[in-house]
Each structure stands twice: as structure tokens, then as C-alpha cells.
Design a protein around this ligand. Structure first.
Ligand code: ADP
Ligand code: MG
Length: 403
């Protein structure tokens, strides 16, 4: 696989670069520009080489099967135009924005570029063919490109038109495709959690967050690689219920109970579940908050791991040589339920000489908010992508196609 340094003679050439500008928005403004910053080294390199840089990214979701007015509302909400000025500030040069993803406006905007200039194209998901990897759409986009650079690690687990279709066509035409610096760095770090060396054991995975069904395959793969899996967050209640505990009105996925039971049995003591919880009488606007043990009483729901669990998990983390963490331990967006997630951060910060990776949009936001970003060896910009890399033994479609 080529990297961006190995792309030769790109001065004056149109280099299409897939970046991940899927930034969190609040009231139409960028709430966190981490992902824009993460793409800067690659963009700066292309600019320095005198390439004509055309950036593609998705932003949020556009569900094309919905009624037209719903689709229009989703498009309005996920208009990528908001990113162009911020990118311009960070790069220190003007960034042009093309509101169209095809047609004359698109082709002319690319043609108007001079060497070293940057153009951002509207949200790729405005096109319904993007997520289907529609060959016709990929052809339109590939037709303006002399070379392709993949730097959207957060989207590398998706074989979409912009992540897979374009490089596939360019490769067939004998044009160069390469990975950017961010993708290169992510792969190098995450591969350590995939191909586990003996010197990195004990290897402890920490899983939390919301959905068991989203993370099922990764539990299976992690069981093959890890020495211990600590499970917190909402996910834990599906396991607790499967093992016969009361969970009150905690979030649960009833169709995953058999899976959770089998998984726990197969793990043979290597899955560690919470022994207590912080519970409330409602998710929002609660009036009662308590710490309970293994069972959550009726009328209450688990919002965070309890203090005993935090201690138990911290003692497991203290023994680790390598950590992979995805998913917060509680509803960390609310102040009262941050302790579990903070406890994990502190335990990781206390490790000496261990290798620690955190992947996941919310997990990464949490550790940044709590001031522990520097305590981790690597904080991945990709949640789904980092999980899928572990699931698929290091393979991601958007990376494999570059090889
Ligand atoms: P990531 O983005 O790091 O992969 P997820 O998206 O899977 O993580 O999950 C994050 C969400 O899980 C957060 O919004 C958090 O509030 C929620 N969560 C964690 N624990 C609970 C819980 N006990 N009940 C409800 N939601 C929870
Ligand atoms: Mg999330």
C-alpha cells in the first residue's frame, strides 16, 4: 500500500482525498473539530506538493427511503458547507466549497482549481448511491481524479462509492491510490490490538456503551484475543438479565439474551460484569438516585457502574499490559453518571509502560472532556472502524482496496 509520501508527480494533478469530516454539530455549528484537525497533515502535504485537492466527506445520516420532505430536512441539517470556513482557518488558506455532488457545477468547481488549492464537495450522502456504492456515481467522482488518497479512517469499514468505488476505478485505470497519514497511524496502532504479542499480555478489553447487537461480533473476536473483558455501560444489563439478575427498567436487548448467556459461559470467567450500579427512577428528570448491588429493583434503571465495580475494573486494568476500550461505562453526558467512566480513565492513567487504545465517538469525547486524552497511547478517530478492524482481523474494505 502506498502512503501519501510515496505519491509522485502530483503537482498540478487533481487528487481526490476522502476525509472524515463527520463532526458533531450543535445548533448548526461545529461542536468539536477534532476530525477536521486529524485530516490536516495529509491535506497540508498535498497542498505543499502543488496538487489540486478535492475533498469528499459524509456528514450525519441522510435516509433516502424517507418521504422527500424528510430527506430535504436531513440534507439541510447535514450540510457540509459549515466545515469549509473552519478548515480554511486551520489550513491558513481559502477553501472553496461546491454545493453540488455532480453535474456542471461540480465539474467546473474542480476545473477552476489552481495548484495547491483546496475544494470541499458537499456531503457525499446527499447522493443516494453513496452508501450503495453505486458504480455510476463512483464513475462520476472518479472521472475528475488523477489520484486518490484515503484518510477517512472513521469510514474505512464502509465499502461506499467514495471509500471504495473511486479507488477501485482508479486502480483499474492504472492511477495511483494511497492512504493518508491518519489512516496509516490508526492502522499501525490498532494492529497491535489485533496481532497480540505475548509481551502485551495481560490484554484487557473494556466494553460499554449502548448496543450489544452492534458489538456482538467484536465480543466473540475479543474473547479469542483478550485475557479479560470488562463489560459496563447499558450493555452490561443484557448480560445481567441473561444470568438471571433483576435489571428493573434498565436498557436491555431481549433478543440477545441467549447470545449473552452463551458468550459468558464460553468466556469461562474471562468476562467481568458489574457487581453494583448507580440507578435512578427515570432517565431524564429523575428524582431518586441510589447505589444498588447485583440486582436493580423494579421502577429503577442502571445509569452507571457503581463504586465497587469501578474498583473491581480498576484492579483488572492495573494488571494489564495492553488495553482496548470502547464505550462509556455510564450516561456520562449527565454529571451524576460520570464516575464509572472517569474511574476507567484514572485506572488507565495509572498504568506504567502499558499500551492503551480507546476507540469510539462517545468514548473518545468522554476522555477528552475529562482531560485524559494524553493518558492513552492512542485515541482512535473511528468507533465502528476500530471495532471492525478487531472483528475482521485487521481488514477494512476502505483500506484493503488501496493495496
Ligand atoms: P461509542 O460511541 O464510544 O462507541 P456508544 O455509542 O456505543 O459508544 O455508546 C455511548 C452511549 O451509551 C452514551 O450516549 C451513553 O450515555 C450511553 N450509555 C452508557 N451507559 C448507559 C446506561 N446505563 N443507560 C443508558 N445509556 C447508557
Ligand atoms: Mg457512539
Amino acid at each position: 500500500m502506498l502512503n501519501v509520501d510515496q505519491l509522485k508527480n502530483i503537482k498540478g494533478k487533481v487528487v481526490v482525498c476522502r476525509v472524515d469530516f463527520n463532526v458533531p454539530l450543535k445548533d448548526g455549528a461545529i461542536r468539536d473539530d477534532n476530525r477536521v484537525r486529524a485530516a490536516l497533515p495529509t491535506i497540508q502535504k498535498l497542498v505543499k506538493e502543488g496538487a489540486r485537492v478535492v475533498l469528499f466527506s459524509h456528514l450525519g445520516k441522510v435516509k433516502h427511503k424517507e418521504a422527500p420532505e424528510v430527506v430535504e430536512a436531513q440534507k439541510a441539517k447535514n450540510n457540509l458547507a459549515v466545515v469549509a470556513p473552519r478548515l480554511g482557518e486551520l489550513l491558513g488558506q481559502k477553501v472553496a466549497f461546491c454545493p453540488e455532488t455532480r453535474g456542471d457545477a461540480f465539474v467546473n468547481a474542480v476545473k477552476a482549481l489552481k495548484d495547491g488549492e483546496v475544494l470541499l464537495i458537499q456531503n457525499t450522502r446527499y447522493e443516494k448511491g453513496e452508501e450503495k456504492n453505486d458504480p455510476e456515481l463512483a464513475k462520476i467522482w472518479a472521472s475528475v481524479a488523477d489520484a486518490y488518497v484515503m484518510d477517512a479512517f472513521g469510514s474505512a469499514h464502509r465499502a461506499h462509492a467514495s471509500t471504495y468505488g473511486i479507488p477501485e476505478i482508479l486502480k483499474a485505470e492504472g492511477k495511483p491510490v494511497a492512504c493518508g497519514y491518519l489512516v496509516e497511524k490508526e492502522i499501525a496502532n490498532l494492529m497491535r490490538c489485533v496481532d497480540v504479542k505475548d509481551s502485551d499480555r495481560p490484554y484487557v478489553a473494556i466494553l460499554g456503551g449502548l448496543k450489544v447487537s452492534d458489538k456482538i461480533k467484536v465480543i466473540d473476536s475479543l474473547l479469542k484475543k483478550c485475557d479479560k473483558i470488562l463489560i459496563g455501560g447499558a450493555m452490561a444489563y443484557t448480560f445481567k438479565k441473561a444470568l438471571g439478575y433483576e435489571i428493573g427498567s434498565s436498557p436491555v436487548e431481549d433478543d440477545q439474551l441467549d447470545y449473552a448467556r452463551n458468550c459468558f459461559k464460553e468466556a469461562n470467567g474471562r468476562i467481568v460484569l458489574p457487581v453494583d450500579s448507580v440507578v435512578t427512577d427515570a432517565f431524564e428528570g429523575w428524582t431518586k438516585k441510589e447505589v444498588v448491588g447485583d440486582n436493580v429493583p423494579a421502577g429503577y434503571q442502571g445509569m452507571d457502574i457503581g463504586p465497587k465495580t469501578a474498583e473491581l475494573f480498576a484492579s483488572e486494568i492495573a494488571k494489564a499490559k495492553m488495553i482496548f476500550w470502547n464505550g462509556p461505562m455510564g450516561v456520562f453526558e449527565q454529571k451524576d453518571f460520570q464516575n464509572g467512566t472517569v474511574a476507567i480513565c484514572k485506572a488507565v492513567a495509572g498504568l506504567k509502560g502499558a499500551f492503551s487504545v480507546c476507540g469510539g465517538g462517545d468514548s473518545a469525547a468522554a476522555i477528552k472532556e475529562f482531560g485524559y486524552k494524553e493518558s492513552f497511547s492512542h485515541v482512535s478517530t473511528g468507533g465502528g472502524a476500530s471495532l471492525e478492524m478487531i472483528e475482521n482481523d485487521g481488514h477494512l474494505p476502505g483500506v484493503d482496496i488501496l493495496k
